[in-house]
Design a protein around this ligand. Sequence first.
Ligand SMILES: Cc1cc2nc3c(=O)[nH]c(=O)nc-3n(C[C@H](O)[C@H](O)[C@H](O)COP(=O)(O)OP(=O)(O)OC[C@H]3O[C@@H](n4cnc5c(N)ncnc54)[C@H](O)[C@@H]3O)c2cc1C
Length: 291
Amino acid sequence: MIPAAFEYDRATSVEEALGLLRTHGADAKLIAGGQSLLPLMKLRLARPDRLIDIGRIEALKGIRRLDDGRLAVGSLTTYADLIASPEIKYGLFRDALPTIADVQVRNRGTIGGAIAHADPASDMPALLLALDAELVCRSAHRGQRTIAATEFFEGPFTTVLDPDELLIEIRLPAPSQHHGSAYRMLEQPASGFAIAGVAAVIGQTEAATGDTFDDIRIAVTGVGDHPYRAAAVEAALVGTPVDAPSIAAAVGAVCEGVEVMGDIHADREYRAAMAVVMAQRALEGARARLT
Ligand SMILES: Cc1cc2nc3c(=O)[nH]c(=O)nc-3n(C[C@H](O)[C@H](O)[C@H](O)COP(=O)(O)OP(=O)(O)OC[C@H]3O[C@@H](n4cnc5c(N)ncnc54)[C@H](O)[C@@H]3O)c2cc1C
C-alpha cells in the first residue's frame, strides 16, 4: 500500500531536528532508517502529518570509547555498523546482531530506531537492559536527560520518550574483569522476532568472593508486553557459582511478576516454558564465555 500524504523535512543537525520537533511536536514523526515506521505507514497503521528525517545527521552516527571506559553508540548507528565495530566485544552482541532481520534491514535499521520503536519482541532492548545501558535523550524544552534502560520501556511500542525528544546516544558500561554474556532466543520462523529471548550477563565485582558471582543481569524479550529484567532470577543467582545446579534452581522465576503474552504463534504456557529454557541456555552460554 501507499502511505497517506505527509509533509517532509530533512534535518541536517541535531539542533535543526530539535527545532522541528518543538514546532511540530505530536503531529510529526522522526524517521531514521525507516525499517519500522515505513511499513506501518504503508499499512496506514501510522499516519503522521509530517516526517522529520534525521537519517543524515552525522553527529548521531558512530561508536566511540569515553574516557571512563564506557562505550557511546550514536542513535543512528546501524546494526551493520555495530557488527563491524572492533569495539563490540560483548558475547551477546555477537550472538544477536547477525541474526536480526536480513542484510538490508541490518544496513538501514538503526539502534535508536529499534529502541524508540519498542516492539515487545525486539532483540536490542533486551541486550541493552542486560548491559545496564543508559540512553541520552534531548529536547528543546527540557534539555538533555539520561535514562536508564530499565526505566525506558513502558509497554508495547511505548517508551518514556516525549514526542519532541530525540534519542542521541546509548552508553554501555565497560564490562567487569571477569565476565561473560550470551543471548539465546526462540524465534518466530516467519518474522524472526523473538517468541522468547533472553540476554544474560554474569560478572564479578571486587566485592565478589571465591568462585561466586555478584553481578548478574538477565533481560527478557518477546514474553511480556515490554522487555524486562528478570529480577527474581538475578537475585537467586547472586552469590552462587552460576553452575548447572544454581542455574536450574533459579530460571523457573524468569516470568515472575509478568503477564505472559499469548498469540497464534505461542500460547502463554508454551511461551513461559520457552523463556525458562532460553534463560537456562543464555546463562550457560555466558558462563562458557567467562573471560
Ligand atoms: C523485514 C524486517 C525484519 C525484522 N526483523 C527483526 C528481528 O528479527 N529482530 C528485531 O529486533 N527487529 C527486527 N526488525 C525491526 C528492525 O530492528 C527495526 O525496524 C529497525 O531497527 C528500526 O530502526 P529504524 O532506524 O529503521 O527506525 P525507523 O523506522 O526510522 O523509526 C522507528 C521509530 O523510532 C523513532 N525513532 C527513530 N530514531 C529515533 C531517535 N533517534 N530518537 C527518537 N525516536 C526515534 C521513529 O519516530 C519511529 O517511531 C525487522 C524489521 C524488518 C523490516
